[in-house]
Structures are given as structure tokens and as C-alpha cells.
Design a protein around this ligand. Structure first.
Ligand code: AMP
Length: 279
């Protein structure tokens, strides 16, 4: 494992011709979800490049940015335990953005206007800004992203195509705790009582999947509304069934089983997101 805090010095090493590179961008506070991406990158490439950078341009609330969990020492230990040649890029903000962290604007074909995008203005423009920087600067052979952030994955797939970025984008399955809760760095902030009820979000999605075999979308929406009235510590932010590529919501009378279910829920101070293929 080699750690770099400047992209120039890292680029120099990569330019020496190190073979195929699999890149895994992260914001740190690594868990098994991140490690599954890193292991896959290690299997499929000669070198793995992991970035640990809490990207300011994708945060709307300064407090969310400041409070984002930081566990660099543990993160580096976890990466060092991976049996592969790894490069870790841990920059300060000015290495990437200079004095002014500005967001670029991309045409994301409205994939950024729905669900997370409608709740977090400019979030995906910030994500696209940093991903474009990584892919253009380091030119990895492949880059790995989790389906945990399914909307982000679709946006990056499209960005890479539109900008002719020469990197293959690989989507990887969601890694869950044994009780079904999708792993997330933010789960660290759940209180013990909140942690106990958090798996209900995935449970609701599983019930939706079962019902989607023979129920229309309108019925599933009513079910979800009632579910979260019953479990009132969990506040439903949105529940949407959408086409898995266009992310366009299906219509009320449609059978749901072809789409993908997306959910966001507030639990205390934490916002949980999850999604499930219904096919
Ligand atoms: P983050 O550090 O939250 O920006 O996540 C870095 C990458 O890890 C993103 O591509 C995420 O989608 C992915 N990721 C986060 N949590 C999980 C998970 N539970 N399972 C699979 N991938 C994940």
C-alpha cells in the first residue's frame, strides 16, 4: 500500500506503466460495502487505486460535511489487509479544487432531477465534478461503484459515456448487515435504539417485492404509507418505483415487477436510503 496526498505525485507513479488500474472512489469510514468494491477491483486489475476524500461540492449542508465520519487510521489498516498492490489517494481539498471548491455543471439528462436529486439540490453535479476529475486525472481501466447509491451509479454511467471517459464503469451489489440494513458510513451515527429499527427499511422493500408479483404500484404506495405510519419513528422521505435505466417513475396502474424500488427514510438525525430490484 502506498499513500499519496497529491494527485501529481500519484500520476507520476501511474504513468510509469503499472498495468490495469481499478479505481474505487470513497469518502472513507470504510465498511464491508467499500471493501467488497476494493476486493473486486483487486481481482480484476493489476493495481487498485482507492480515493478517500469527503468531497465538499456534493454536500448541501456545511454541518453534514463537517460531521461526516472520519476514520483514516482504521481505513488504511483495512486497505493494507487486502492482498493486492494498492495506491491510496487522500488529498486535502485544495489539491483538487485549489482555493475555490467550485461545482461544474453537466447535462445529466434529468437523471439528477428525481429522488435524491430532488431532495439534495446540486448533489449530483458535485458528484459528477469529482468523478470526472478522478477519471480524467488517473485514467483507470475500470471504476467501481455500489448499487447502494443506484441513482449515482446510473448518472456516472451516463457521464462516462457522454464525456467519452475511457474507463469502464462497474456497478456492484449492495452489501448488507445480517439483519438486512444496507451498510453505510452514516450508520455509525445511529443510536442503539435507532439501529434496532433501521432494518425495517429493507423489510418494507422486501414486502414490496413480494407484493409486486401481483399488485399495482398504487397499492404498493398505500402499503408503504401505512407501514411508515405504523412505524412512526421512521419518517418516509420518498418511496418510488422507477425504470432501472431512465429512473422515470412508473405510473400508478403499472405492474411494478419490472422496475426498481427506491426509498429514503429519516431516522432521528440520519437519512437512510436503500433500493431493490423487483424483477
Ligand atoms: P461513499 O464512501 O459513501 O461515497 O461510498 C463509496 C462507494 O461505496 C460508492 O460507490 C457507494 O455506492 C459504495 N457503497 C457504499 N455502501 C455500500 C454498500 N453497502 N454496498 C455496496 N457498495 C456500497
Amino acid at each position: 500500500m502506498e499513500v499519496f496526498d497529491s494527485y501529481e505525485s500519484l500520476k507520476k507513479v501511474l504513468n510509469e506503466g503499472v498495468g490495469s488500474i481499478g479505481m474505487v472512489p470513497t469518502m472513507g469510514a470504510l465498511h464491508e460495502g467499500h471493501l467488497s468494491l476494493i476486493r473486486r477491483a483487486a481481482q480484476e486489475n493489476q493495481r487498485v487505486l482507492i480515493s478517500i476524500f469527503v468531497n465538499p461540492t456534493q454536500f448541501e449542508e456545511a454541518s453534514d460535511l463537517i460531521n461526516y465520519p472520519k476514520t483514516l487510521v482504521e481505513d488504511l489498516k483495512a486497505i493494507a489487509s487486502i492482498d493486492s498492490k494498492t495506491y491510496v489517494y487522500v488529498p486535502k481539498t485544495n489539491d483538487i479544487y485549489g482555493q475555490n471548491a467550485l461545482t461544474e455543471t453537466f447535462d445529466l439528462s434529468d437523471l439528477d432531477q428525481v429522488m435524491e436529486g430532488s431532495k439534495r439540490k446540486n448533489h449530483f453535479q458535485g458528484v459528477a465534478t469529482i468523478v470526472k476529475f478522478f477519471l480524467e486525472t488517473f485514467k483507470p481501466t475500470k471504476a467501481y461503484f455500489g448499487q447502494k447509491d443506484y441513482q449515482q451509479l446510473q448518472i456516472i454511467l451516463q457521464l462516462a459515456e457522454k464525456l467519452n471517459l475511457n474507463t469502464e464503469i462497474i456497478g456492484c451489489p449492495i452489501v448488507r448487515e445480517v439483519d438486512g440494513l444496507a451498510m453505510s458510513s452514516r450508520n455509525k451515527h445511529l443510536t442503539p435504539a435507532e439501529r434496532k429499527i433501521a432494518p425495517l427499511v429493507f423489510k418494507a422493500l422486501l414486502e414490496v417485492k413480494e407484493m409486486s408479483k401481483n399488485k399495482k404500484y398504487s397499492v404498493l404506495k398505500s402499503f408503504i404509507n401505512a407501514f411508515f405510519v405504523e412505524h412512526s419513528q421512521l419518517e418516509l422521505d420518498y418511496f418510488v418505483i422507477a425504470d432501472s435505466k431512465t429512473l422515470l417513475e412508473i405510473s400508478d396502474q403499472d405492474k411494478a415487477r419490472e422496475g426498481r424500488a427506491f426509498i429514503a427514510v429519516r431516522l432521528g438525525k440520519i437519512r437512510l436510503i436503500d433500493n431493490l430490484d423487483l424483477a
